[in-house]
Design a protein around this ligand. Structure first.
Ligand code: URA
Length: 196
């Protein structure tokens, strides 16, 4: 297959030994490319792998992933119904924030992932993914909004949501969880509208 017409498994293979970010490459156990339904209507984009993801090779498989799964369940979805990946596909040491240059190094991989999956809806989980996809900053204001991005002459709906890690840092505050559930109802609505 040509470079411009890759399948998802070919893209995954291309990045399996990626060495664009020396520090991440030196510290990771493995690249966590993404998982889920390959032709899904919706793609979830998180920040970067944590320790559990780095060990298991699956995005959102730790504590944040459990919250994400619970939220998906509130709209009748499982993680197998959607595709999940991250802004940066390697674990930053000690779970530090991904650096600008790491996000840039992972840009082409994320763009190609979106191009191959062709989702109707992109859910950006947390500030890093939201800024990467929409160019906008401030998840507290942006969460639950329905935005649009044009990418490769294609329009995608984007719904930013608060990162599940924030809920965990805030002792599973029920006000935050209720807001998150509300934002997932928005995701459900946008999915339903986009497949009519
Ligand atoms: N947090 C993320 O942003 N992504 C993961 O895969 C896990 C935790």
């Amino acid at each position: 297959m040509s470079q411009n017409n890759l399948t998802l498994s070919e893209l995954k293979q291309q990045y399996s030994n990626c060495n664009l970010c020396q520090e991440l490459c030196d510290n990771r156990i493995q690249v966590v490319f993404g998982s889920g339904k390959e032709n899904s209507t919706v793609i979830f984009i998180g920040e970067a792998s944590g320790a559990s993801e780095d060990k298991q090779g699956i995005p959102f498989c730790g504590a944040s992933g459990k919250v994400l799964q619970d939220l998906l369940a509130t709209i009748g979805l499982t993680r197998g119904d959607v595709f999940i990946t991250n802004t940066v596909i390697c674990r930053p040491p000690n779970n530090r924030n991904p650096k600008k240059e790491e996000i840039e190094n992972c840009r082409d991989r994320l763009d190609k992932t979106i191009q191959i999956i062709q989702p109707k809806v992109i859910v950006t989980v947390g500030n890093f993914a939201t800024q990467r996809i929409t160019g906008k900053i401030g998840i507290t204001k942006l969460r639950g909004n329905i935005l649009e991005v044009t990418f490769n002459s294609q329009i995608y709906k984007v719904v930013p949501v608060v990162h599940p890690a924030s809920l965990l840092y805030n002792g599973r505050n029920s006000v935050i969880f209720d807001q998150m559930k509300k934002d997932f109802q928005t995701i459900k609505k946008v999915i339903e509208e986009s497949i009519i």
